[in-house]
Write a protein of this length. Structure first.
Length: 510
């Protein structure tokens, strides 16, 4: 059990928490505690185990082993979300769970509305009065009768906090709460968090933004590869030290990553001042033939939204794009016809049609060449599938097998293979190796490097820092929708990219 700090007695106590999902050990003997009335930050790279730990605490998933106590009460292994809420544990995710069309008061008291005793009808006046009293107590810029639809993201977030307060939550878990907020809105949220602390409410704060962690936290716990590597007290919290703990080593000059090189030659893609309100702003860059251009940044930095706009999936508001020397207004149809491939971040939701065969999945991206007079040639579709399977070494090599039955790595090979059998000029690939094993990763890396060697331009979006520094010729770092750093010369390390992504730009070396 961890030692109590000056903040007060332990509220949440996790001892030896372990969890695996059909093989990989996601959490390994994690000890972790939150004291009453403290702000405790939980940090780590993607895949470190933060989300799984929170799911266990909030009853979303069960732990394999270990003990869990909340306010002195032992929590059984088979836990539930409802039980967690009744104990006083609340969680506020990036994706808010408010109901459009309802008022602030209706959302706060949803399923627990005050009622007239005799008629069991909702007492609207009392509900509005109770909601307004709660709002006024914390000084939130809201009215009980405001419609949720008319509120800003920051205001909606305060409604989520009010919902938790109405349930008398004593632990509030906030997962990347500032990812969609402006600087002024984030500052207002920090004031609210400090007010919660003053009232004795504990806050477990999950963020990749080191300046926020440094500013807010009483303690910081660092997870790496499913293990707790350190818990730092306030006086020892240093952003650069936390980043070193997250990465797992202090990189020396002989182990600093890949040397960045700006490619010369044909400009395949020229993006100028591309903007989409609330997502990204004033993005400009060039991409050359045979170049792998990496995009780094934290959750909510705008990377995925940017590449979706470039491909034509989503609209953008202003700016211009030139492709192969000509003005280009992107659409999915035009991108496919123009030799641009796109591997999306959400493989299962956007990259594959899980119930149907490998053959049909590969055929979907190639209908323009497989269709004649409105009919798909089954023979040619099977030929294309066999080419993709052989090229990517998909296992098992069964064209009729449903893609959803393949392993994650082989699913991703199918997603990539359907583009590689085309004559590509540009490939956009978003998080290419999330959730796949090291062997499949190496194969995918080899294919990306081979494409670039053949003259294909590649845009690589990745949160995997070793992946980014290994593959990219240049790295552009986005933060809050804007370019904050470009690494285009010298040797660049994972630490450099993470420092820039976290807002500690002055620490990034070129």
């Amino acid at each position: 059990m961890e030692t109590k700090t000056a903040a007060g007695r332990v509220l949440l106590d996790c001892r030896g928490i372990s969890k695996s999902y059909t093989g990989p050990q996601v959490l390994d003997e994690v000890d972790f505690s939150v004291d009453r009335g403290e702000i405790h930050a939980l940090v780590g790279e993607n895949g470190a185990g933060k989300s799984t730990l929170i799911k266990i605490v909030t009853g979303v998933t069960d732990r394999d082993s270990g003990e869990l106590e909340f306010d002195g009460t032992a929590i059984p292994r088979s836990h539930s979300k409802k039980a967690a809420q009744e104990l006083g544990i609340a969680v506020i995710y990036q994706e808010l769970s408010l109901i459009p069309g309802m008022t602030v008061a209706q959302n706060i008291y949803l399923t627990k509305e005050p009622r007239f005793r005799a008629l069991r009808l909702i007492d609207l006046r009392r509900m509005n009065d109770d909601a307004q009293a709660l709002i006024d107590r914390y000084g939130f810029p809201l009215k009980a009768a405001d419609l949720i639809d008319r509120l800003s993201i920051a205001q909606r977030q305060t409604v989520e906090i009010l919902k938790a307060l109405s349930d008398r939550a004593s632990l509030m878990i906030m997962d990347e709460p500032t990812s969609s907020l402006t600087s002024a809105e984030a500052t207002r949220l920090f004031d609210i968090i400090r007010k919660l602390k003053a009232e004795g409410i504990s806050v477990l704060y999950i963020s990749h933004r080191m300046e926020e962690v440094f500013d807010l936290s009483d303690r910081v716990t660092v997870l790496r590869d499913g293990r707790k590597v350190a818990t730092l007290e306030k006086v020892k919290i240093d952003p650069a030290e936390i980043i070193r703990l997250m990465i797992g080593r202090d990189l020396g000059e002989s182990d600093r990553g890949r040397r960045m090189t700006r490619k010369a030659g044909e400009v395949v893609l020229d993006v100028r001042s591309l903007s989409s309100p609330g997502l990204f702003r004033d993005i400009s860059f060039e991409l050359h033939r045979g170049e792998i251009l990496g995009f780094g940044g934290l959750v909510g930095s705008g990377r995925t939204e940017l590449v979706r706009a470039i491909y034509g999936i989503d609209a953008y508001d202003s700016g211009s794009i030139r492709y192969l020397g000509k003005d280009y207004r992107p659409s999915v149809r035009a991108s496919i016809a123009g030799g641009i491939g796109f591997v999306p971040e959400e493989r299962r939701l956007q990259g594959i049609l899980a119930p149907i065969s490998v053959t049909r999945n590969i055929g979907v991206a190639n209908l323009d060449v497989l269709t004649k007079a409105g009919m798909v040639s089954g023979r040619r579709e099977l030929q294309f599938a066999r080419r993709g399977i052989a090229l990517m070494n998909v296992k098992p090599d069964l064209p009729d097998m449903p893609v959803g039955s393949l392993s994650g790595g082989n699913q991703q090979k199918v997603v990539l293979g359907k583009w590689l059998i085309r004559d590509l000029r540009l490939l956009i690939i978003d998080e290419p190796t999330v959730g796949i094993d090291i062997g499949a990763k190496e194969e995918i890396y080899a294919h990306i490097e081979h494409l670039a060697a053949q003259g294909v331009a590649v845009i690589l979006v990745s949160s995997d820092l070793p992946e980014l520094t290994r593959l990219a010729d240049r790295i552009i770092v986005l933060r809050k929708g804007r370019i904050v750093k470009e690494f285009d010369e010298g040797v660049v390390s994972e630490e450099d990219v993470l420092l820039a992504s976290s807002g500690i730009v002055e620490g990034a070396r070129r």
